[in-house]
Design a protein around this ligand. Structure first.
Ligand code: G16
Length: 562
């Protein structure tokens, strides 16, 4: 490393000492903590992003967000050149960098890592890092820290992209590296025009069914997703979707407080701003940075309970639709060209409701499981020609392989010359339009919502009809505060605890008391808690099972209260 680079790193890092007594970890989705202790972490992730850009010779993203966490938290994560999550083999370096105690130690880590990765720190190359942030008040000062971190690697330049949803930043990074048009306006242009294309390919059955069409009411979690929708709703309306946005944050509500996808999914009560007046309406909730989406209806005219339509149901809707299109396409005259053995798979986590997994298997689909975290699901889904992944919390998307898309393009061209307008050609067009609508970089609430709306119109389904695809087993989620969440180590896609010893046996013994009981615990990767999930054949049983396992966690691990 050149002397100029050494002294730049030493000088700038001395302004950002790490917080005392805190060990930071890259976690499920980047670093997250109280915003007050994150300056040094964000600065260091700036350095990391610059190194990643030099290594890959590509544009890299740096997003400042804590997504569903409370407003006083913040966080930071990297988007890789393809728009996906940071390559997992860089995470240990991210942890080491974030926890380096002195500027000299930090310099040594950078030096050694750059050498082992073959990254030349000689200022010969110039690279760009796109920096986005959500609406958290702490975002602007953390942005300055990120810029300083990026600027302390010679040749790296930070571009402030302003306030964006997390999936928008991932999409923009991917588009930039693919040489496509890549601004926020281009993002909205692409998703709204492909939404239009998907709709054009369909004969809407809503008109001919007796279902209530009506508008969609969206809970924006008082965050960036609500704000963006408020701005772009006219564009969407022109393209065929009428929405009303509530909880944009501009009305004074607090981010993620009593609102948003995480709240709706975990508490199963109406978000703030919704109530009996919405009985019967189709409603959707985004989370704080708009990477998660759930739907719901208000259950009764008086109560505040909701019927949740979660990520598992979104996955099931997408899977049913894609399968339908593939089977229409299969019925074409195969003399027209080779058939393609399209391999379709779905990916879930242990949080997936057991009824959803049964349903998907009954549809003849291959179902794979990974640990929690889109970084794992996405990786697995990329093994299929069409990989559909969703977490129950509403985080997911559909991935299409390049190979399959080229075959689909060629088939569509063939069909349009010999049987233009045939059902088979329409199916090919729909699938192509879906691949452009749904975010290929990462789970995205906005593009996911447009696809749900298009499919419901195509099927002629109300939200109630959709929700009838299968009936969820009753479930309950709790969180328990413990002294050290890293004391819990899991295996088998988080369904089994291997440490501390004895707790899994105790969970098994408790679960055996409940017919159809299923229960697991895992350390959260975004909050300082252990999460408990329980499923049983009746709600009060799921509640009791979750509660008693939460007590077990408390007993084994310390100071908690569930
Ligand atoms: C993040 C990840 C999700 C994951 C969630 C769970 O969500 O992106 O894939 O399901 O964390 O977090 P935990 O490990 O705390 O259970 P988000 O929306 O907060 O970015």
């Amino acid at each position: 490393m050149k002397e100029e680079q050494r002294s730049l790193l030493l000088r700038s890092s001395s302004q950002f000492p790490p917080p005392e007594g805190v060990k930071l970890s890259y976690g499920t989705s980047g670093f997250r903590a109280d915003a007050g202790i994150l300056q040094s972490t964000v600065y260091r992730v700036g350095i990391l992003a610059a190194l990643r850009a030099l290594k890959t010779e590509s544009v890299i993203g740096l997003m400042i967000t804590a997504s569903h966490n409370e407003v006083s938290d913040n966080g930071v994560k990297i988007a890789d050149p393809n728009g996906g999550m940071l390559s997992q083999h860089w995470e240990p370096f991210a942890d080491a960098l974030a926890n380096a105690q002195t500027p000299e130690h930090l310099l040594q880590l950078v030096d050694e890592f750059a050498e082992s990765e073959g990254i030349a720190l000689d200022g010969a190359k110039s690279v760009e890092i796109l920096v986005g942030r959500d609406t958290r008040p702490s975002g602007s000062s953390l942005l300055e820290a990120a810029k300083l971190g990026i600027g302390s690697v010679i040749g790296a330049v930070a571009l402030d992209m302003g306030i964006l949803t997390t999936p928008q930043l991932h999409w923009i990074v991917r588009a930039r590296n693919n040489g496509d048009k890549a601004s926020e306006i281009d993002y909205f242009e692409q998703i709204s025009s492909s939404f239009r294309l998907v709709l054009d390919g369909f004969d809407s059955k809503w008109e001919e069914s007796n279902e209530v069409v009506d508008k969609l009411i969206v809970d924006g979690a008082n965050g960036v997703g609500g704000q963006k929708l408020q701005v772009y709703k006219e564009v969407l309306e022109l393209n065929g979707l009428v929405i009303e946005v509530r909880n944009t944050g501009l009305e004074g509500g607090v981010l993620n407080e009593g609102v948003g996808a995480d709240f709706a999914q975990k508490e199963k009560v109406v978000p703030h701003g919704f109530g009996s007046q919405d009985f019967g309406s189709r409603c959707a909730s985004l989370d704080g940075d708009a990477d998660r989406l759930v739907y719901f209806t208000v259950l009764s005219e008086s109560g505040n309970k909701i019927e949740l339509v979660d990520g598992d149901k979104i996955l099931s809707l997408f899977a049913v639709f894609i399968k339908e299109q593939l089977s229409i396409l299969k019925n074409r005259d195969t003399k027209l060209g080779d058939d393609y053995p399209c391999c379709i798979g779905v990916v879930q986590t242990a949080y997936a409701n057991g009824a959803s997994t049964d349903f998907l298997k009954q549809q003849g689909l291959e179902v794979a499981f990974t640990p929690t975290g889109v970084k794992y699901l996405h990786e697995k889904a990329a093994h299929y020609d069409i990989g559909i992944y969703f977490e129950a919390n509403g985080h997911g998307t559909i991935l299409f392989s390049e190979l399959f898309l080229s075959w689909l393009e060629a088939t569509n061209n063939e069909l349009s010359s010999v049987s233009k307008g045939s059902e088979q050609q329409k199916a090919a067009l729909r699938l192509l339009a879906v691949s452009k609508l749904i975010n290929q970089a990462v789970g995205d609430a906005l593009s996911g919502m447009l696809l749900v709306e298009a499919i419901l119109q195509h099927m002629g389904w109300s939200i109630h009809r959709w929700n009838e695809l299968y009936h969820d087993l009753p479930s309950r989620q709790l969180k328990v505060k413990v002294v050290d969440r890293t004391a819990v180590v899991t295996a088998n896609a988080e369904t089994e605890v291997v440490k501390p010893p004895g707790i899994q046996e105790a969970i098994n013994a408790e679960t055996a008391n409940y017919p159809k009981g299923r229960c697991f615990i895992r350390p959260s990767g975004t909050e300082d808690v252990i999460r408990v999930y329980a499923e049983a054949s009746a709600q009060d049983e799921a509640d009791r099972l979750a509660k008693s396992v939460a007590n077990l966690v408390d007993k084994f691990l310390g100071v908690g209260s569930s």
